[in-house]
Design a binder for this molecule. Sequence first.
Ligand code: FES
Length: 156
Amino acid sequence: MDARDLLTIGDVAHRSGFPPSALRFYEREGLLRTTRTSGGQRRYERSTLRRLAFIRAARTVGVGLNEVREALDRLPYGRTPTKGDWTRLSRAWRARLDEQIVALVALRDGLDSCIGCGCLSLQRCRLYNPEDRVAAGGPGARLLPPLLRRTPAQGV
Ligand code: FES
């Protein structure tokens, strides 16, 4: 790759909106790769900007770093990923994102209804969860989709 096509850490930070510390973190986590100048400075392929946009979008909807890494590992290094490469990634992720969409819709539409959390505080709880019978199924808001009952990636 022509050195003129490579970006500095400052270029990438400016264009992506990620601070240099985050770029170094993602490199340590194996989500990004860099080359070094003879002086040891990092240089990034321009396609790194799309990887970073993907990382931000995935993290924003709560996808864990390991899952993001698995997805990005499907993309080639050393050449700019093609549309076909991204299509393969998006196909692999379609079911994951569909599940996320269903969960978000359920959350949006369920907030004013009984979610089976055990509070029995809404009128509808008597209908959908009399005497908290859904508790037999386990902890958490049993009437919400499983994705919304999982422990978040951060573990809290
Ligand atoms: S909303 Fe909590 S039990 Fe119904």
